[in-house]
Design a protein around this ligand. Structure first.
Ligand SMILES: Nc1ncnc2c1ncn2[C@@H]1O[C@H](COP(=O)(O)OP(=O)(O)OP(=O)(O)O)[C@@H](O)[C@H]1O
Length: 267
């Protein structure tokens, strides 16, 4: 029986890696029969597979790795760009210029959230509004390229939402913070995007810009500066996936560098 179990676990390992069930038993072993209880919807818990052998019954929860397949051809043709950098580094300023210069070339993916809609927000427009159970089921299925929890609510960028942009023939721009960057870089199936880090010239200049932006209270500025140092340390740690670091000192110069990185020959 232990031989049977070890064969089963080896085969199940193969299945969980490939997402395809392959049960190959040794000819000397009794035939195994299996049945699957399928999930009711895309967000339901994973199916259960029951293996029956004359001496025992094995019930295993299947958790396929890639139930939300990435459209690799579209993502290759329109490779998403992950832009990150400390708050106040100038990401929005530079992206706005880029979108103005290249209307229709870029798209932002629609995120999922477990928070309720506010005001006139509509499902599938500002966000996909889902329940916590639906969100966590998608997390289990590796359906998010990155996700996080803020203020008791979950937020995430789904593989499908990024696919949708690439399938429309646009480059998806993901403006995300450090933990999200790590998740995207380590996603088991999502094709590697291109990573750009926007860096302020110095912490002193970043502080000045945050203060003159005048959108935050003192406490928030102190928090942002602390986090900025963490992000800068990560960016220069040798562990970061960044393909390019642009220092945003002179805005025109920084924009030119970002543009060249993102649109290449078209710049
Ligand atoms: N090169 C630059 N020189 C001077 N000021 C700049 C430069 N780049 C951006 N700024 C200013 O710095 C402030 C912060 O920029 P911005 O809001 O684009 O940063 P951000 O990285 O998008 O921040 P957040 O992550 O908080 O959204 C803005 O007031 C912007 O006008």
């Amino acid at each position: 029986m232990s031989l049977l179990l070890s064969r089963l676990s080896r085969n199940l390992l193969k299945e969980s890696r490939s997402g395809v069930l392959r049960i190959r038993t040794h000819p000397s072993l009794p035939q195994l029969t299996s049945t699957t209880r399928s999930p009711k919807s895309a967000y339901s818990p994973p199916p259960t597979r029951t293996f029956t052998h004359p001496s025992c019954t094995l019930r295993i929860k299947m958790a396929p790795l890639d139930p939300v397949p990435a459209d690799k051809a579209a993502l290759h043709a329109h490779t998403p760009i992950v832009i990150s950098g400390p708050s106040g580094a100038g990401k929005s300023t530079i992206l706005k210029r880029l979108f103005d210069d290249y209307p229709n070339k870029f798209g932002f993916s629609i995120s999922h959230t477990t928070r309720g809609p506010r005001g006139s927000e509509k499902d599938g427009v500002e966000y996909y509004f889902v329940s916590k159970e639906e969100f966590l089921a998608l997390v289990d299925k590796k359906g998010f390229v990155e996700h996080a929890q803020f203020g008791g609510n979950h937020y995430g960028t789904s593989v499908k939402a990024v696919n949708d942009i690439a399938e429309k023939g646009q480059i998806c721009i993901l403006d995300i913070e450090m933990e999200g960057v790590k998740q995207v870089a380590n996603h088991p199936t999502f094709p590697r995007p291109r990573f750009l880090f926007l860096q302020p010239p110095s912490m002193g200049i970043l502080e000045k810009r945050l203060r003159s932006r005048a959108t935050d209270k003192e406490e928030a500025i102190v928090k942002r500066l602390h986090q900025a140092q963490v992000e800068m340390d990560f960016a220069h740690s040798g562990q970061a996936p960044h393909d390019k670091i642009v220092v945003n000192d002179d805005l025109d110069k920084a924009y030119k560098e970002v543009k060249e990185f993102i649109v290449g020959d078209e710049a």
